[in-house]
Design a binder for this molecule. Sequence first.
Ligand SMILES: NC(=O)c1ccc[n+]([C@@H]2O[C@H](COP(=O)([O-])OP(=O)(O)OC[C@H]3O[C@@H](n4cnc5c(N)ncnc54)[C@H](O)[C@@H]3O)[C@@H](O)[C@H]2O)c1
Length: 363
Amino acid sequence: MSFVPYDCPVRAAFVGLGRIYDLNVRAYVDNPDVEVVALVDPDEERRAQRQADWPEARTFASVADMAASSVEVDAVEALLPIPLHVDGVVELLGHGWHVNLQKPMCNDLAGASRMLEAARSNDRQFRVMENYIFYQPLVRLKQIVESGDIGDVSGYHMKMVGSGLGGWEVPASSYRWQFMQIRNGRGILVFDDGWHKLATALWLFGPIREVRAWVGATEVFPDVNIDAPTTLAWEHENGVRGVWDITLAPDMYLRSDYYTNDERWEVTGRKGYARVNRCTGRGVQQPSLEVYADGEMRAFHALDDDWASSFRDSGRHWLRWLHSGEGQLLWSGEAAVAVLRFALAAYASSAAGGVGVDPATIE
Ligand SMILES: NC(=O)c1ccc[n+]([C@@H]2O[C@H](COP(=O)([O-])OP(=O)(O)OC[C@H]3O[C@@H](n4cnc5c(N)ncnc54)[C@H](O)[C@@H]3O)[C@@H](O)[C@H]2O)c1
């Protein structure tokens, strides 16, 4: 690719102005790397609501309308419903705009190939946004693990509980798209929110050679199944093993400013452990990161552990990179394909009764 950084602020458009805009927008506020020039959403109310944030920006009901206008756009923050990701990204890249897409990338490898090919043929940058790898407690966890403070890694565990009560309001429209995903075998816990857990596993310990999974289902409304209880276990190419358990607590209230997701990451080393106690919600209200080694517990009290800050920092990283070209861009479309393969290997394993599946063999 022949990417040349911009020598002026990046001219950006938001495409999709729904729930998650509220967090993605944090990267754009008071950021000299970017100028927001356009807002796109078929929903008139959303356009009017978000226009208040960016009075100078033009608003459009569709990408085609924006493309036909005189507005000059360099990059798009694509916050589209998941089933629209593939066609949407191909269209955006085709107009010659760089794209920062929300996760999950898409449902299958054929869709992923179409997106990557569109990026190549249009010579544009395509990034799949991963905010968890910018969440400060997880960033510190990775540093501690790599520092050797807890010794060589023996294994790790992730836990996720989907709770039914608390958190912010999720519009009915978001659920409609999620239900479509569920019907297509891409559940909200394993595939949608779970995308982040799979991404953090790859980010922490690298490529995976074998996955074993047991994906369950719990009916929450007639004909609507949530993909829990589910257990995944895997081995990285470096020999480290991981386990992730997903459970559903539909009647549990969880204090959260965002989604009601209770999460933990715990890495065990030969001489200690490091644990991130929470992320999206405020389940365990101890310091968000604790490290035990040599008979002593260290607790991190001053980390920026507001989940929303990870969106701010992930988006700022992208915009800084576009503007300055400095450093390595986290993460590329190719890195997202590894996450997709990990998820697809888990589904293949579960369908075959929990046998080991190498993500590289998924077609
Ligand atoms: N990183 C995270 O933790 C996280 C959290 C939640 C959602 N997400 C992702 O963000 C994306 C959006 O989710 P959401 O919760 O904001 O959904 P949402 O349903 O609240 O918003 C989607 C918006 O897209 C608009 N839209 C529909 N078709 C469009 C089109 N053709 N062109 C432009 N806009 C269109 C809708 O009108 C709506 O306003 C999804 O990919 C989702 O997986 C990520």
